[in-house]
Design a protein around this ligand. Sequence first.
Ligand code: AMP
Ligand code: MG
Length: 488
Amino acid sequence: MSPTPQPTISLQARFATDLPELSIPWQAEQTPEPRLLALNEPLATALGLDPDWLRDREGIDFLTGTRPPEQAAPVAQAYAGHQFGAYSPRLGDGRALLLGDLTGPGGHHLDLHLKGSGRTPFARGGDGRAAVGPMLREYIVSEAMHGLGIPTTRSLAVVATGRTILREEGPLPGAVLARVASSHLRVGSFQYARNLDDPAILRRLADHALRIHHPEAAQDAQPYLSLFRRVMAAQADLVARWLLVGFVHGVMNTDNMTISGETIDYGPCAFMDAFDRNAVYSSIDSGGRYAYGNQPAIAQWNLARFAEALLPLLHEDQDQAVSLVTEALGEFPRQYGTAFSAGMRHKLGLPAEAGDEAVGPLIDDLLALLQQDHIDYTQFFRRLGHAARGDLGPVRAVFTDRPAFDAWTERWQSFSPDPEVMDRTNPVYIPRNHLVEEALAAATAQDLGPVERLLEAVSAPFDERPGLERYAEGPPEDFGRYRTFCGT
Ligand code: AMP
Ligand code: MG
């Protein structure tokens, strides 16, 4: 069979061109024996990339960054960040590269970015590499988030490099993940630019962000305050969506918070099974800083760091700049609360006429019941949809305090909840921890079947299908306490 001809791939370099001070030109390291493990064909096609070509050697080398298109100018991006509250002035892409930007659906530009592509000048002590398991984990969870309608970076491909890498657990197969995002600008990018002490660079970064994400705001009387407000609104909405599906990001450092409002960096993240406001999965988050219920407060804290970075652009008088942005930041809790309760209304199938004064307590009381009985969050809402159709038995059976649940149900039913809305809002399939672990263990042992089947389930999470029953079930009794790891 003759190889698929190389397509013309036009990769632009909008970030490297606009912000050379935040870019280090760099190349991916060679891969001894690359093997394609996962390819997102619909995404590839939407990006104008031929899936058949990507499966060939030339395409695989494109996906690992080892054979970039001729005019491409790959860079490692500089950023800073607060990690667990402590400031690191220089983080940056230690094991990642921005290959360039592609024209995506609707003519929008999308960054093509690699993870695990070798050490860069930002690598510090790291080896610049990534293991098959964590890269497939990012692939699965980001595609699940996309299926759930939550803004996220998307995964294009995972390629095993053929190199063995060393981790605490022992030797593991190495991999490179190719992902796309509307940009890879982070709060930490602004913190880094602010530290350069040259307001012209900071302004250029803010103009770049406005051009990419909010071109309409560039004409506002105060474009940089507009930028702040819009990033805040996007993050309030994003974090509300996380809580609505039971997602715990796990490492909400400011370098892992995007300007676009897309979820980024699926390291120690997890979906909770039993509802628990204090759910923490990351092995290093011993204080619970990034616990499920803390995520809105942390998002606001991170946005305060973003605000500090923007101060020189907001007003020449520092006090005035502070007061402008403090007032804006004060809006966060209300914006988050509005987004969360709007989402909960859908989850509960409530009509628009139901007043906030009744709905607020209805939500709070329900969450208290779920917490008290450690109820499986995803199953509960899906089964509540059956209850809205008259089948109350299965959802009622999981509560110990039945009188309390019955009293709550009576209030909820008085709004005549709409089961159709509930079925479109409450997923059947999420990437549950035991399923992800099972799939990754198989993939590490070279069996990709379980990853493919899990992806099939979570890519269409609202659409209940025969044969996928086990993907809707809770964890087995002996699954135990789940732990995730970063820096993998
Ligand atoms: P993360 O926790 O994945 O968001 O990464 C935090 C920082 O550590 C970033 O600057 C990464 O580029 C860097 N980093 C993480 N793992 C590695 C690695 N294996 N080699 C080099 N740098 C790494
Ligand atoms: Mg990161």
